[in-house]
Design a protein around this ligand. Structure first.
Ligand code: SF4
Ligand code: SF4
Length: 57
């Protein structure tokens, strides 16, 4: 799953809106990825604060 830096996330939900598989959800006002994520990468450029990065594994 993608990594999301909570310190950069402003809770705008752009990533949630673009994710085709419900792989990211808002938890306590911050986006958190989950096991549904298929690493499609669509959310990465959608984030206005560059909070999302690919999993390096
Ligand atoms: S990489 Fe794709 S599947 Fe994973 S959270 Fe982002 S949009 Fe959803
Ligand atoms: S698009 Fe970026 S700033 Fe917006 S909720 Fe997702 S991770 Fe947070």
């Amino acid at each position: 799953m993608v990594k999301i830096d909570a310190s950069k996330c402003n809770g705008c939900c752009a990533c949630i809106g673009i994710c085709p598989v419900d792989g990211v959800r808002l938890v306590g006002g911050k986006a958190v990825s989950n096991e549904q994520c298929v690493e499609c990468g669509s959310c990465i450029p959608s984030c206005p604060t560059q909070a999302i990065t690919p999993n390096e594994n």
